[in-house]
Design a protein. Sequence first.
Length: 531
Amino acid sequence: MSRLKISRSGLRKVAMQEIRPSVTQRDIICAEIAAPPTAIVVFGASGDLTRRKLLVGLIELFKRGLLNERFYLLGCGRKKLTSKQLRQIAQQAIQENSTDTSAKAIAPFINSLYYVSGDYNDASFYENIKIKLAELGKKHKVDGAVVFYLAVPPFLYGTIVKHLGSAGLSCPDEPDSRQRVRLVLEKPFGFSLQSAVELNNKIHRCFDESQIYRIDHYLGKETVQNILMFRFANTIFEPVWNRNYIDGVQITIAETIGVEHRASYYDKAGALRDIFQNHMLQMLALVAMEPPISFEADHVRDEKVKLLRSIRPFKLGELDDVIVRGQYGPGSINGREVVGYREEPGINPESRTETFIAAKLLIDNWRWKGVPFYLRTGKRLARKNTEIAITFKQVPHSMFISAGLGDMPSNVLVLRIQPQEGISLSFQAKQPGSKACMSTLNMNFSYKSVFGVEMPEAYQRLLLDCVVGDQTLFTREDDVEVAWRLLTPVLETWQKDDAAPYEYPAGSYSFGQADSLIESDGRKWRKLGGA
């Protein structure tokens, strides 16, 4: 039901009504490249990431006909398994996390899985992998195309890459085939600028940058990819996508979950490293970057890096004015009592690790000079919500002041990343009836209601791009280092600082210090999941 606001003059203003979508779909072009014959070698094949994401993502590609029939996967790990046992694990994981997966339908995929066990520090392990690859390469005829996927803790990256190089697996004998051998790395890529540079240097001793795919799974989400399509395939937005028309931008990643099974990693990382340095800055770059000259990988990534370099560095003496950190305490999520962060299993009872970040960023370039970008992310918040909200400036002069309608709401464009994927745009319109009756309408597009399908899992997109050799959605060396250059001074300042993060109750929408960050500029955070 609409809420009515009665003005002094007796005129009424009707707030926020939704326009039900009526979308006519017209396919202009749908392009997808199927995978060539390829071997995927997964280190950490018995782990949770492989079971829940990689195997499920690959089976979806197989069902869509995008995996070549000559594909195979070689699992590698410390756990002693046979190929038969890996196939049983894979079949169970697929049945639990996918649909339409009868044993007969997935049998060709399951039968293409193999396993080799060994110690990551043992050179003979990699010689055994090399022998197995030669054997399977002849059987499946993949012509030397190999993707090495490191689904292992980051501290093992350097060790595995070094041994791959020593075994001659990173650089094939034929120079022209180098890019047919690829390396995939999960985040986090380093824990600081220095560690990221050192890791890049180690990897580059064995792999060229053109072979390296650093995964940020947010970039694989359909709604994040749509930022590029939305901005650069529509002429109506580009003329107003700048400081002359946009008042501010809010980017939110809110989670209801706590640290779950990631306590040992998260207590060393925190929200700034885990979410802000990668997911949030990547979305900021896509929203704010200049138009690339083409959709080729390096043209897109060039513009992202230019944008990240334009972010104004934090003044370390004034950090509290532009960045706030919090840590969740005990509270209630969806009617269920939950413990605070320091009471979570595996967390140091005196931990000062942040689970919430709110920050104000400014971009020093022609397009965005003076436009604030407010970023916030947190765990154990009231609602799960990831969105990008672009608030346009108010009309410079209201001609309706005499009718009691002087304070005109701003137009807001919201890109909903998850869980209710879609786009909405609010604008003002006259409501039938009184001479001056204005309503804020919300034009809402939902992916699910229009296209009638569940959103594909991000790993499907990223795995396919790794195999076909498309680096567009993967972070480049300079991209990673620019992000760490911005944030490492903040982390070092916090490390020297004795102050603990502000505590907020689990189940909160926000807390006072985070609110003050934006309210000092005369603005407010959007409510999680809505205006």
